[in-house]
Design a protein around this ligand. Structure first.
Ligand SMILES: [Zn+2]
Length: 73
């Protein structure tokens, strides 16, 4: 796999409750506030990253949520 290759995934393939959590739990660099919510989510993954990009529900600035998988759950 190419190091820089980025795959676009379908956010809406996630279970409904996960979608709600990701849409609600955000950090906006513009508003400097957590949990303002995001709209228009797009999900991507690359070799070593997995993240969701959306628009801040308040200001429309791009917000990014990194997805981190716990090894031992
Ligand atoms: Zn914002």
């Amino acid at each position: 796999m190419d190091q820089n290759e980025v795959l676009e995934l379908n956010f809406y393939d996630r279970p409904e409750d996960e979608q709600q959590d990701f849409l609600a739990q955000t950090w906006c660099n513009q508003c400097l506030e957590v949990d303002l919510g995001m709209v228009n989510p797009r999900e991507y993954r690359s070799e070593d990253r997995h993240w969701i990009v959306g628009d801040c529900a308040r200001c429309g600035n791009e917000v990014i949520t990194e997805i981190v998988y716990e090894d031992d759950e």
